[in-house]
Design a protein around this ligand. Structure first.
Ligand code: ADP
Length: 228
């Protein structure tokens, strides 16, 4: 089986004054459909950098990133954006929902940008909200939702275009443990129902243990850690 996301010898350096900081020296990793992988590493280890490269938001200085088998580093920006829109969803620590729009509209927007009609986008957004138990919140604006609800709407928005890959950067970092659990269950349910593959940077040990696999970053190397 081909991984939906594959990193091959990925390197990333940042110039800091005279010297170069090697954040990634040898990123090798394959993410398969239906898997949830925890990325657990200390602050500053390079988790966000890795997610940005995997999500085609940044280019690596070396190596290759394959999305659905397509080599991406030599694609132009338009092609990378098109692939990202279609294949990858993002969730961040803070929900970044648009405050002037309702939950429903926030989930409709990426679909309309991708070319769906208003009616199609609305139908799919309502399906997602209902599936996540948020149907009654459809007309609420982000400030009228709890932290956990906001984050679940952000997850619905991230998967609205049916991506095969979800990249999440501390998605429960801002939530209390019980709410974090609920938000994580949302991710799990979506992965099971749709075959979504998720790579989730997290400091939450309890949640990391429940994922299919765990990787860490040490001195710029990606290392697979056995769970348990
Ligand atoms: P994490 O998400 O694990 O906290 P980051 O990927 O944000 O780690 O950062 C890894 C290291 O790379 C840090 O030392 C950070 O200061 C550095 N870094 C990240 N982005 C840049 C940048 N654009 N320019 C220079 N240094 C950066």
């Amino acid at each position: 089986m081909q991984p939906v996301l594959q990193l091959e010898n990925v390197e990333r350096r940042f110039q800091q004054g005279e010297s170069a900081l090697c954040v990634l020296r040898g990123g090798n990793f394959g993410l398969f459909a239906g898997q949830s992988v925890a990325l657990v590493a200390p602050s500053g280890a390079g988790k966000s950098t890795l997610l940005h490269i995997a999500g085609l938001l940044e280019r690596p200085d070396g190596g290759e990133v394959y999305v659905d088998g397509v080599a991406t580093t030599r694609l132009n920006d338009d092609a990378r954006t098109a692939l990202r829109r279609h294949a990858i969803g993002f969730v961040y620590q803070f929900h970044h929902l648009l405050p002037e729009f309702t939950a429903l509209e926030n989930i409709m927007l990426p679909q309309m940008i991708a070319g769906l009609t208003r009616r199609q986008a609305r139908t799919r957004a309502l399906e997602l909200l209902n599936y996540l138990g948020l149907g009654a919140r459809a007309k609420h604006r982000p400030t009228e939702l709890s932290g956990g609800e906001q984050q679940r709407v952000a997850i619905a928005r991230a998967v609205a275009n049916g991506p095969g890959i979800l990249l999440a950067d501390e998605p429960t970092g801002n939530l209390d443990p019980k709410t974090a659990e609920h938000v994580f269950e949302t991710l799990e349910a979506l992965a099971k129902a749709t075959g979504l593959a998720a790579l989730v940077a997290t400091h939450n040990e309890a949640l990391a243990e429940r994922m299919t696999r765990r990787i860490t970053l040490k001195d710029g190397w990606m290392i697979e850690v056995t769970n348990g």
